[in-house]
Design a protein around this ligand. Structure first.
Ligand code: 5GP
Length: 206
């Protein structure tokens, strides 16, 4: 039995909400998303399909569904993605079946996707809560990426160039969290979810 604050108070109406979270790599998005899912266990993470090679420690079906280019292309052609995009030379997509199944069952879904995918969800669904996570500065982002040690230097340089562009997209989101201190950023993230649950149109009044 979950003890989440989201399950207390008034009953809620309708379909699950889509929480779309984007950030340049190194902004701390993965940590924040993990914390959020621990705090709100009734929320589910959308597990994307990707053509990217598996990194050490990653698990197929948990971190991503790792697929080859041919399978990804055929899924895209068959309209089996709610959105998909090319990010850092690899393809990433959100499977539509699982997303719809959860949403229609009233389950909130967290989508960790880039700004191109967020644009597609915005236009395909017409709703969703869009959250952008920013690092405190580009210098700090660079320090975090190098410290992580998971990517080659040239990959890191490209990610930093991309980050500058991605950060310019933040103003198109509903909420911006600057992840300077993790506990503060997490409180902000958590508060967004709680506030969205209290929207008048989502609550069945007694
Ligand atoms: P990484 O390779 O570091 O796991 O992810 C690289 C980027 O791809 C991240 O910005 C992540 O948000 C994005 N991404 C992951 N899954 C998806 C997806 O299904 N669709 C889109 N558009 N982007 C994704």
């Amino acid at each position: 039995m979950s003890n989440s604050v989201l399950e207390k108070g008034c009953a809620r109406t309708g379909e699950g909400m889509l929480f779309i979270v984007s950030a340049p790599s190194g902004a701390g998005k993965t940590t924040l998303c993990r914390e959020l899912l621990t705090r709100f266990p009734e929320m589910k993470l959308s597990i994307s399909h990707t053509t990217r090679a598996m990194r050490e420690g990653e698990v197929d079906g948990v971190d991503y569904h790792f697929v080859d280019g041919d399978l990804f292309d055929s899924m895209a052609r068959q309209g089996r993605f709610a959105e998909w995009a090319e990010v850092h030379d690899n393809c990433y997509g959100t499977g539509i079946e699982r997303l719809e199944e959860l949403r229609m069952a009233g389950v909130d879904v967290l989508l960790d996707i880039d700004y191109q995918g967020a644009d597609q969800i915005r236009s395909n669904y017409g709703h969703g809560i869009f959250v952008f996570i920013l690092p405190p500065s580009v210098e700090e982002l660079e320090r975090r990426l190098r410290g992580r040690g998971t990517d080659r230097p040239e990959v890191i340089s490209r990610r930093i160039d991309n980050a500058r562009f991605e950060m310019d997209q933040a103003s198109r989101y509903d909420y911006i969290i600057v992840n300077d201190e993790l506990p503060v950023a997490f409180e902000q993230f958590r508060s967004i979810v709680i506030a969205e649950h209290c929207r008048a149109r989502r609550v069945v009044t007694p």
